[in-house]
Design a protein around this ligand. Structure first.
Ligand SMILES: [Zn+2]
Length: 464
Protein backbone atom coordinates (compact mmCIF):
# COMPACT_ATOMS: atom_id res chain seq x y z
CA UNK A 1 0.00 0.00 0.00
CA UNK A 2 1.35 3.38 -0.99
CA UNK A 3 -0.81 5.27 1.49
CA UNK A 4 -2.03 4.60 5.00
CA UNK A 5 -4.57 7.38 5.35
CA UNK A 6 -6.02 6.13 8.63
CA UNK A 7 -2.61 6.71 10.23
CA UNK A 8 -1.35 9.60 8.09
CA UNK A 9 -4.60 11.53 8.46
CA UNK A 10 -5.41 10.64 12.05
CA UNK A 11 -6.48 13.76 13.97
CA UNK A 12 -4.00 14.69 16.72
CA UNK A 13 -6.03 17.50 18.29
CA UNK A 14 -9.62 17.49 19.51
CA UNK A 15 -10.59 20.27 17.11
CA UNK A 16 -9.57 18.13 14.11
CA UNK A 17 -11.85 15.22 15.04
CA UNK A 18 -14.72 15.55 12.56
CA UNK A 19 -18.41 15.07 13.22
CA UNK A 20 -18.22 14.85 17.04
CA UNK A 21 -18.26 18.55 17.98
CA UNK A 22 -20.38 18.13 21.14
CA UNK A 23 -18.04 15.50 22.57
CA UNK A 24 -14.73 17.10 21.61
CA UNK A 25 -15.71 20.60 22.74
CA UNK A 26 -16.94 19.31 26.13
CA UNK A 27 -13.73 17.34 26.62
CA UNK A 28 -11.54 20.25 25.53
CA UNK A 29 -13.23 22.56 28.04
CA UNK A 30 -12.88 19.95 30.81
CA UNK A 31 -9.18 19.53 30.06
CA UNK A 32 -8.57 23.27 29.89
CA UNK A 33 -10.25 23.61 33.31
CA UNK A 34 -8.04 20.83 34.71
CA UNK A 35 -11.04 18.62 35.42
CA UNK A 36 -9.89 15.13 34.49
CA UNK A 37 -11.92 12.02 35.35
CA UNK A 38 -10.48 8.67 36.39
CA UNK A 39 -12.59 6.75 33.91
CA UNK A 40 -14.40 7.49 30.66
CA UNK A 41 -16.66 5.51 28.38
CA UNK A 42 -16.65 6.46 24.70
CA UNK A 43 -19.54 4.62 23.12
CA UNK A 44 -21.22 4.69 19.74
CA UNK A 45 -20.95 4.04 16.02
CA UNK A 46 -17.93 2.11 14.70
CA UNK A 47 -15.11 3.95 12.96
CA UNK A 48 -16.21 7.42 14.00
CA UNK A 49 -13.39 8.62 16.28
CA UNK A 50 -13.62 6.92 19.69
CA UNK A 51 -10.07 5.54 19.94
CA UNK A 52 -8.68 8.59 18.11
CA UNK A 53 -10.24 10.86 20.74
CA UNK A 54 -8.99 8.57 23.53
CA UNK A 55 -5.50 8.84 22.08
CA UNK A 56 -5.66 12.65 21.96
CA UNK A 57 -6.79 12.65 25.61
CA UNK A 58 -3.81 10.44 26.51
CA UNK A 59 -1.52 12.89 24.71
CA UNK A 60 -3.04 15.87 26.47
CA UNK A 61 -2.72 14.25 29.90
CA UNK A 62 0.99 13.64 29.34
CA UNK A 63 1.83 16.73 27.25
CA UNK A 64 4.66 18.96 28.49
CA UNK A 65 3.09 22.08 26.93
CA UNK A 66 -0.68 21.60 26.77
CA UNK A 67 -2.52 24.55 25.26
CA UNK A 68 -6.14 25.42 25.85
CA UNK A 69 -7.22 21.82 26.42
CA UNK A 70 -5.23 20.45 23.46
CA UNK A 71 -1.89 18.58 23.35
CA UNK A 72 1.01 20.44 21.70
CA UNK A 73 1.91 17.49 19.41
CA UNK A 74 5.55 18.63 19.50
CA UNK A 75 7.00 17.69 22.88
CA UNK A 76 8.84 14.39 23.45
CA UNK A 77 5.85 12.88 25.24
CA UNK A 78 3.37 13.80 22.46
CA UNK A 79 5.75 12.43 19.84
CA UNK A 80 6.27 9.13 21.63
CA UNK A 81 2.50 8.64 22.02
CA UNK A 82 1.93 9.49 18.35
CA UNK A 83 4.56 6.89 17.45
CA UNK A 84 2.87 4.33 19.73
CA UNK A 85 6.04 4.05 21.80
CA UNK A 86 4.99 5.57 25.13
CA UNK A 87 5.12 3.08 28.02
CA UNK A 88 2.54 5.11 29.97
CA UNK A 89 -0.19 4.78 27.35
CA UNK A 90 -1.42 1.22 27.11
CA UNK A 91 -3.75 0.23 24.26
CA UNK A 92 -5.71 -2.99 24.65
CA UNK A 93 -8.22 -4.47 22.24
CA UNK A 94 -10.35 -6.67 24.49
CA UNK A 95 -11.98 -8.53 21.59
CA UNK A 96 -8.60 -9.83 20.45
CA UNK A 97 -7.51 -11.10 23.85
CA UNK A 98 -8.36 -14.75 24.40
CA UNK A 99 -8.06 -14.56 28.19
CA UNK A 100 -10.44 -11.74 29.10
CA UNK A 101 -9.68 -11.95 32.82
CA UNK A 102 -5.98 -11.39 32.11
CA UNK A 103 -6.75 -8.06 30.39
CA UNK A 104 -7.98 -6.55 33.63
CA UNK A 105 -5.34 -8.30 35.73
CA UNK A 106 -2.59 -6.75 33.60
CA UNK A 107 -4.20 -3.31 33.99
CA UNK A 108 -4.39 -3.76 37.77
CA UNK A 109 -0.75 -4.84 37.96
CA UNK A 110 0.48 -2.05 35.66
CA UNK A 111 -1.45 0.56 37.62
CA UNK A 112 0.54 -0.31 40.77
CA UNK A 113 3.57 1.44 39.28
CA UNK A 114 3.94 5.20 38.97
CA UNK A 115 4.07 6.48 35.37
CA UNK A 116 7.36 7.59 33.83
CA UNK A 117 5.60 10.75 32.68
CA UNK A 118 2.55 12.43 34.18
CA UNK A 119 -0.28 9.93 33.75
CA UNK A 120 -0.78 6.28 33.06
CA UNK A 121 -3.59 5.95 30.51
CA UNK A 122 -5.29 2.66 29.65
CA UNK A 123 -7.38 2.60 26.47
CA UNK A 124 -9.58 -0.52 26.44
CA UNK A 125 -11.10 -0.88 22.97
CA UNK A 126 -14.07 -3.22 22.29
CA UNK A 127 -14.53 -3.41 26.05
CA UNK A 128 -18.00 -4.97 25.60
CA UNK A 129 -16.24 -8.31 25.13
CA UNK A 130 -14.83 -8.38 28.68
CA UNK A 131 -16.17 -11.19 30.87
CA UNK A 132 -18.28 -10.71 34.01
CA UNK A 133 -15.27 -11.75 36.11
CA UNK A 134 -13.09 -9.16 34.37
CA UNK A 135 -15.64 -6.42 35.04
CA UNK A 136 -15.77 -7.48 38.71
CA UNK A 137 -12.01 -7.04 39.04
CA UNK A 138 -12.21 -3.74 37.14
CA UNK A 139 -14.85 -2.45 39.55
CA UNK A 140 -12.41 -2.83 42.47
CA UNK A 141 -9.84 -0.73 40.59
CA UNK A 142 -12.43 1.92 39.72
CA UNK A 143 -13.54 2.20 43.34
CA UNK A 144 -10.14 3.51 44.39
CA UNK A 145 -8.06 4.31 41.34
CA UNK A 146 -4.53 5.72 41.89
CA UNK A 147 -4.59 9.45 41.10
CA UNK A 148 -2.12 8.96 38.24
CA UNK A 149 -4.37 6.48 36.39
CA UNK A 150 -7.01 7.25 33.73
CA UNK A 151 -8.94 4.47 32.01
CA UNK A 152 -10.84 5.05 28.75
CA UNK A 153 -13.27 2.33 27.66
CA UNK A 154 -14.31 2.35 24.00
CA UNK A 155 -17.30 0.35 22.83
CA UNK A 156 -19.89 0.04 20.09
CA UNK A 157 -22.28 -1.57 22.57
CA UNK A 158 -22.50 0.20 25.92
CA UNK A 159 -25.50 -1.93 26.91
CA UNK A 160 -23.13 -4.79 27.66
CA UNK A 161 -21.26 -2.78 30.30
CA UNK A 162 -22.45 -3.46 33.88
CA UNK A 163 -24.38 -0.61 35.50
CA UNK A 164 -21.91 -0.46 38.43
CA UNK A 165 -19.11 0.34 35.95
CA UNK A 166 -21.19 2.85 33.97
CA UNK A 167 -21.99 4.78 37.13
CA UNK A 168 -18.27 5.27 37.85
CA UNK A 169 -17.41 6.60 34.38
CA UNK A 170 -18.09 9.75 32.41
CA UNK A 171 -19.96 8.62 29.32
CA UNK A 172 -19.66 10.28 25.91
CA UNK A 173 -21.73 9.26 22.90
CA UNK A 174 -20.16 9.26 19.42
CA UNK A 175 -22.70 9.35 16.60
CA UNK A 176 -22.50 8.24 12.98
CA UNK A 177 -20.92 11.04 10.96
CA UNK A 178 -23.22 12.82 8.47
CA UNK A 179 -22.35 12.26 4.80
CA UNK A 180 -21.64 15.92 3.97
CA UNK A 181 -19.10 16.02 6.84
CA UNK A 182 -17.36 12.89 5.58
CA UNK A 183 -17.40 14.26 2.01
CA UNK A 184 -15.76 17.51 3.11
CA UNK A 185 -13.08 15.66 5.08
CA UNK A 186 -12.31 13.31 2.16
CA UNK A 187 -12.05 16.30 -0.16
CA UNK A 188 -9.64 18.01 2.24
CA UNK A 189 -7.47 14.87 2.40
CA UNK A 190 -7.62 14.37 -1.39
CA UNK A 191 -6.56 17.95 -2.02
CA UNK A 192 -3.76 17.74 0.53
CA UNK A 193 -2.31 14.68 -1.20
CA UNK A 194 -3.18 15.98 -4.68
CA UNK A 195 -5.31 12.93 -5.46
CA UNK A 196 -7.51 13.29 -8.52
CA UNK A 197 -10.67 12.61 -6.47
CA UNK A 198 -13.50 15.01 -7.33
CA UNK A 199 -16.21 16.11 -4.91
CA UNK A 200 -18.55 13.76 -6.78
CA UNK A 201 -16.30 10.75 -6.04
CA UNK A 202 -15.90 11.81 -2.39
CA UNK A 203 -19.69 12.04 -2.01
CA UNK A 204 -20.14 8.52 -3.44
CA UNK A 205 -17.53 7.18 -1.02
CA UNK A 206 -19.15 9.02 1.91
CA UNK A 207 -22.56 7.55 1.09
CA UNK A 208 -21.14 4.04 1.14
CA UNK A 209 -19.17 4.47 4.37
CA UNK A 210 -22.30 4.26 6.56
CA UNK A 211 -21.28 7.12 8.83
CA UNK A 212 -17.81 5.72 9.55
CA UNK A 213 -14.87 8.01 8.79
CA UNK A 214 -12.48 5.06 9.09
CA UNK A 215 -14.29 3.14 6.32
CA UNK A 216 -14.43 6.23 4.12
CA UNK A 217 -10.68 6.76 4.45
CA UNK A 218 -10.08 3.08 3.67
CA UNK A 219 -12.04 3.34 0.41
CA UNK A 220 -10.24 6.56 -0.56
CA UNK A 221 -6.98 4.78 0.27
CA UNK A 222 -7.79 1.88 -2.09
CA UNK A 223 -8.51 4.26 -4.96
CA UNK A 224 -5.44 6.37 -4.18
CA UNK A 225 -3.23 3.28 -4.19
CA UNK A 226 -4.43 2.53 -7.73
CA UNK A 227 -4.28 6.24 -8.59
CA UNK A 228 -7.58 5.75 -10.40
CA UNK A 229 -10.74 7.66 -9.47
CA UNK A 230 -12.64 6.87 -12.67
CA UNK A 231 -16.13 5.36 -13.04
CA UNK A 232 -14.89 1.79 -13.50
CA UNK A 233 -12.56 1.82 -10.45
CA UNK A 234 -15.13 3.52 -8.20
CA UNK A 235 -17.83 1.02 -9.27
CA UNK A 236 -15.53 -1.93 -8.71
CA UNK A 237 -14.46 -0.83 -5.23
CA UNK A 238 -17.84 0.45 -3.99
CA UNK A 239 -20.21 -2.01 -5.68
CA UNK A 240 -17.96 -4.83 -6.90
CA UNK A 241 -19.61 -7.48 -4.72
CA UNK A 242 -23.04 -6.86 -6.27
CA UNK A 243 -23.75 -9.09 -9.28
CA UNK A 244 -26.68 -9.47 -11.68
CA UNK A 245 -27.68 -12.67 -9.82
CA UNK A 246 -28.33 -10.61 -6.67
CA UNK A 247 -30.38 -8.14 -8.73
CA UNK A 248 -32.41 -10.89 -10.39
CA UNK A 249 -33.13 -12.45 -7.01
CA UNK A 250 -34.21 -9.04 -5.67
CA UNK A 251 -36.46 -8.56 -8.69
CA UNK A 252 -38.04 -12.01 -8.26
CA UNK A 253 -38.69 -11.22 -4.57
CA UNK A 254 -40.55 -7.98 -5.38
CA UNK A 255 -42.80 -10.00 -7.71
CA UNK A 256 -43.20 -12.97 -5.32
CA UNK A 257 -42.01 -15.01 -8.29
CA UNK A 258 -41.20 -18.42 -6.83
CA UNK A 259 -39.40 -19.87 -9.86
CA UNK A 260 -37.50 -16.60 -10.29
CA UNK A 261 -36.31 -16.82 -6.66
CA UNK A 262 -34.97 -20.32 -7.36
CA UNK A 263 -33.18 -19.15 -10.52
CA UNK A 264 -31.73 -16.10 -8.69
CA UNK A 265 -30.27 -18.28 -5.93
CA UNK A 266 -28.85 -20.67 -8.54
CA UNK A 267 -27.27 -17.77 -10.46
CA UNK A 268 -25.62 -16.51 -7.26
CA UNK A 269 -24.30 -20.02 -6.52
CA UNK A 270 -23.03 -20.39 -10.11
CA UNK A 271 -21.14 -17.11 -9.76
CA UNK A 272 -19.10 -18.81 -7.02
CA UNK A 273 -20.91 -17.47 -3.94
CA UNK A 274 -21.66 -20.08 -1.29
CA UNK A 275 -22.22 -17.83 1.72
CA UNK A 276 -25.94 -17.27 1.33
CA UNK A 277 -26.33 -15.14 4.45
CA UNK A 278 -23.88 -12.70 2.83
CA UNK A 279 -25.65 -12.98 -0.54
CA UNK A 280 -28.92 -12.03 1.16
CA UNK A 281 -27.26 -9.01 2.80
CA UNK A 282 -26.15 -7.84 -0.65
CA UNK A 283 -29.66 -8.46 -2.01
CA UNK A 284 -31.18 -6.41 0.84
CA UNK A 285 -28.76 -3.60 0.07
CA UNK A 286 -29.90 -3.51 -3.56
CA UNK A 287 -33.51 -3.33 -2.43
CA UNK A 288 -32.87 -0.47 0.02
CA UNK A 289 -30.87 1.43 -2.61
CA UNK A 290 -33.79 1.00 -5.02
CA UNK A 291 -36.16 2.34 -2.34
CA UNK A 292 -33.93 5.34 -1.76
CA UNK A 293 -33.79 6.06 -5.50
CA UNK A 294 -37.58 5.96 -5.65
CA UNK A 295 -38.32 8.49 -2.97
CA UNK A 296 -35.27 10.70 -3.43
CA UNK A 297 -34.30 11.50 -7.01
CA UNK A 298 -31.09 13.19 -5.84
CA UNK A 299 -29.90 9.84 -4.44
CA UNK A 300 -28.72 8.93 -7.96
CA UNK A 301 -25.73 11.19 -7.26
CA UNK A 302 -24.55 8.66 -4.65
CA UNK A 303 -24.12 5.88 -7.21
CA UNK A 304 -22.09 5.32 -10.35
CA UNK A 305 -23.74 5.03 -13.78
CA UNK A 306 -22.84 1.33 -13.98
CA UNK A 307 -24.46 0.60 -10.63
CA UNK A 308 -27.54 2.66 -11.54
CA UNK A 309 -27.97 0.55 -14.68
CA UNK A 310 -27.90 -2.57 -12.51
CA UNK A 311 -30.37 -1.28 -9.92
CA UNK A 312 -32.73 0.59 -12.31
CA UNK A 313 -35.15 -2.33 -13.06
CA UNK A 314 -35.85 -2.62 -9.32
CA UNK A 315 -37.07 0.97 -9.12
CA UNK A 316 -40.06 -0.04 -11.25
CA UNK A 317 -41.45 -2.03 -8.30
CA UNK A 318 -43.68 -0.24 -5.79
CA UNK A 319 -42.18 0.96 -2.49
CA UNK A 320 -44.39 -1.53 -0.61
CA UNK A 321 -43.10 -4.43 -2.73
CA UNK A 322 -39.49 -3.36 -2.27
CA UNK A 323 -39.97 -3.07 1.48
CA UNK A 324 -41.70 -6.47 1.72
CA UNK A 325 -38.98 -8.09 -0.41
CA UNK A 326 -36.26 -6.51 1.73
CA UNK A 327 -37.97 -7.74 4.88
CA UNK A 328 -38.26 -11.26 3.45
CA UNK A 329 -34.57 -11.32 2.47
CA UNK A 330 -33.65 -10.15 5.96
CA UNK A 331 -35.81 -12.80 7.67
CA UNK A 332 -34.45 -15.55 5.41
CA UNK A 333 -30.92 -14.36 6.19
CA UNK A 334 -31.56 -14.85 9.91
CA UNK A 335 -33.03 -18.30 9.19
CA UNK A 336 -30.20 -19.48 6.93
CA UNK A 337 -27.37 -17.81 8.80
CA UNK A 338 -24.26 -20.00 8.69
CA UNK A 339 -25.87 -22.19 6.04
CA UNK A 340 -23.85 -22.59 2.87
CA UNK A 341 -26.67 -24.38 1.15
CA UNK A 342 -28.60 -23.08 -1.87
CA UNK A 343 -31.65 -25.27 -1.19
CA UNK A 344 -31.95 -24.05 2.40
CA UNK A 345 -31.64 -20.48 1.14
CA UNK A 346 -34.52 -21.09 -1.32
CA UNK A 347 -36.65 -22.65 1.43
CA UNK A 348 -35.93 -19.65 3.70
CA UNK A 349 -37.01 -17.19 1.00
CA UNK A 350 -40.02 -19.11 -0.25
CA UNK A 351 -41.38 -19.47 3.28
CA UNK A 352 -41.67 -15.67 3.26
CA UNK A 353 -43.23 -15.35 -0.18
CA UNK A 354 -46.80 -15.30 1.10
CA UNK A 355 -46.01 -12.17 3.07
CA UNK A 356 -44.41 -10.55 -0.03
CA UNK A 357 -47.38 -11.51 -2.16
CA UNK A 358 -49.56 -9.19 -0.07
CA UNK A 359 -47.57 -6.34 -1.61
CA UNK A 360 -46.43 -7.88 -4.88
CA UNK A 361 -46.95 -5.73 -7.94
CA UNK A 362 -48.05 -8.60 -10.12
CA UNK A 363 -51.74 -9.00 -9.23
CA UNK A 364 -52.18 -12.38 -10.90
CA UNK A 365 -49.74 -14.12 -8.56
CA UNK A 366 -51.95 -13.54 -5.53
CA UNK A 367 -54.64 -16.20 -6.07
CA UNK A 368 -52.14 -18.92 -6.98
CA UNK A 369 -49.48 -18.09 -4.43
CA UNK A 370 -50.56 -20.53 -1.70
CA UNK A 371 -50.57 -23.52 -4.02
CA UNK A 372 -47.30 -22.53 -5.69
CA UNK A 373 -45.52 -22.06 -2.38
CA UNK A 374 -46.78 -25.41 -1.16
CA UNK A 375 -45.77 -27.11 -4.40
CA UNK A 376 -42.29 -25.53 -4.46
CA UNK A 377 -41.61 -26.25 -0.80
CA UNK A 378 -42.66 -29.87 -1.34
CA UNK A 379 -40.25 -30.07 -4.26
CA UNK A 380 -37.37 -28.61 -2.23
CA UNK A 381 -38.13 -30.79 0.77
CA UNK A 382 -38.17 -33.73 -1.67
CA UNK A 383 -34.63 -32.80 -2.72
CA UNK A 384 -33.49 -32.59 0.91
CA UNK A 385 -35.16 -35.93 1.67
CA UNK A 386 -33.34 -37.57 -1.26
CA UNK A 387 -30.02 -36.43 0.16
CA UNK A 388 -30.87 -37.81 3.58
CA UNK A 389 -31.92 -41.12 1.96
CA UNK A 390 -28.64 -41.27 0.04
CA UNK A 391 -26.76 -40.81 3.30
CA UNK A 392 -28.86 -43.43 5.07
CA UNK A 393 -28.36 -46.02 2.34
CA UNK A 394 -24.62 -45.43 2.39
CA UNK A 395 -24.56 -45.98 6.11
CA UNK A 396 -26.70 -49.07 5.64
CA UNK A 397 -24.30 -50.46 3.02
CA UNK A 398 -21.42 -49.98 5.37
CA UNK A 399 -23.25 -51.85 8.09
CA UNK A 400 -24.50 -54.72 5.91
CA UNK A 401 -21.21 -55.72 4.41
CA UNK A 402 -21.15 -59.49 3.85
CA UNK A 403 -19.35 -61.46 6.48
CA UNK A 404 -16.04 -62.74 5.21
CA UNK A 405 -14.16 -65.61 6.77
CA UNK A 406 -12.29 -64.30 9.73
CA UNK A 407 -8.61 -64.77 9.94
CA UNK A 408 -7.80 -66.77 12.99
CA UNK A 409 -4.66 -64.75 13.68
CA UNK A 410 -6.59 -61.57 14.33
CA UNK A 411 -8.66 -62.05 17.41
CA UNK A 412 -8.43 -58.50 18.77
CA UNK A 413 -10.90 -56.15 17.17
CA UNK A 414 -11.84 -52.91 18.81
CA UNK A 415 -15.58 -52.99 18.26
CA UNK A 416 -18.18 -55.56 17.27
CA UNK A 417 -20.51 -54.94 14.33
CA UNK A 418 -23.48 -52.79 15.27
CA UNK A 419 -27.18 -52.34 14.74
CA UNK A 420 -28.49 -49.13 13.14
CA UNK A 421 -26.64 -46.19 14.63
CA UNK A 422 -28.27 -43.38 16.52
CA UNK A 423 -27.97 -39.86 15.06
CA UNK A 424 -24.93 -39.03 17.13
CA UNK A 425 -23.20 -42.19 16.03
CA UNK A 426 -23.51 -41.72 12.29
CA UNK A 427 -20.20 -39.95 11.90
CA UNK A 428 -18.45 -42.58 14.00
CA UNK A 429 -19.85 -45.34 11.82
CA UNK A 430 -18.37 -43.76 8.69
CA UNK A 431 -15.00 -44.34 10.32
CA UNK A 432 -14.99 -48.09 10.20
CA UNK A 433 -13.62 -50.25 12.97
CA UNK A 434 -9.96 -50.79 12.40
CA UNK A 435 -7.88 -53.57 13.83
CA UNK A 436 -4.58 -52.86 15.51
CA UNK A 437 -2.49 -53.46 12.40
CA UNK A 438 -4.30 -50.70 10.51
CA UNK A 439 -6.54 -52.88 8.32
CA UNK A 440 -10.32 -52.92 8.43
CA UNK A 441 -12.38 -55.33 10.45
CA UNK A 442 -12.85 -57.66 7.50
CA UNK A 443 -9.14 -57.87 6.94
CA UNK A 444 -9.01 -55.71 3.80
CA UNK A 445 -6.64 -52.79 3.67
CA UNK A 446 -7.67 -49.20 2.89
CA UNK A 447 -6.46 -49.64 -0.70
CA UNK A 448 -8.81 -52.57 -1.28
CA UNK A 449 -11.98 -50.71 -0.44
CA UNK A 450 -14.35 -50.34 -3.36
CA UNK A 451 -17.14 -48.00 -4.35
CA UNK A 452 -19.59 -50.47 -2.87
CA UNK A 453 -18.30 -49.47 0.50
CA UNK A 454 -19.28 -45.86 -0.11
CA UNK A 455 -15.68 -44.72 -0.15
CA UNK A 456 -15.73 -43.97 -3.86
CA UNK A 457 -18.62 -41.54 -3.46
CA UNK A 458 -17.88 -37.86 -3.55
CA UNK A 459 -19.57 -35.06 -1.61
CA UNK A 460 -21.55 -34.28 -4.77
CA UNK A 461 -22.97 -37.80 -4.86
CA UNK A 462 -24.60 -37.03 -1.54
CA UNK A 463 -25.44 -33.41 -2.03
CA UNK A 464 -25.51 -32.87 -5.77
ZN1 LIG B 1 2.98 17.89 23.92
Amino acid sequence: MKYNLNIQERPRKLRYVVGQDMVTETLRRQMAAGSVGAAYIFEGHFGCGKTTTANILAMYLNCENPQDGEPCCECASCKSIMAGECADVIDINASKETRKDDVVQSIIEASEYQPLGKKKVFIVDECQSLSAGAWGAMLKLLEEPPEYVTIIFCTTNAEKIPAAILSRCQKFHFSAIPEPVITAELLRIAEGHQFGATEDVCRKIAHNANGAMRDAKKILNLLADENDFGEEAVTRILFGEIKTGHRDLALALTRADIDGIGRGVDAIAEAGENDFARALTVTSRLLTDAMELKYNKKAALNYTEQYLTLVQPLTEASLASLAAACDAAFKAKTDVARQNDATMCKVGLICNVKQISEHADVAEVKPVIDDSVKQKLEELIGQLTKRVSALESTVQKLLERPEEPKRPAEPTLREPAREMPSEEEEIVVAVRPISDDGDFEDGRSMAELSEDDGYGMSFDDFFG
